[in-house]
Design a protein around this ligand. Structure first.
Ligand SMILES: [Zn+2]
Length: 62
């Protein structure tokens, strides 16, 4: 079984806390440092997270 790593930076859960994402019947892991990337700039994860190119960035209303 491969070592669980952040999909963005590849760090393991021995280095950083990892948050599990459930998406399209699969599970992905991301560290807190890269969670904002997923929220605000998901296009940056194209090629790392399947379907990221179709995700819309969260809009700020402020
Ligand atoms: Zn990361």
């Amino acid at each position: 079984m491969p070592t669980p790593t952040c999909l963005a930076c590849g760090r393991t859960q021995s280095e950083v806390p990892l948050i599990t994402l459930s998406y399209q019947d699969r599970s992905f892991l991301i560290c807190p440092q890269h969670l904002p990337v997923l929220i605000h700039n998901p296009q940056a994860l194209v090629g790392k997270l399947p379907g990221a190119e179709g995700m819309a960035a969260a809009e700020h209303e402020d």
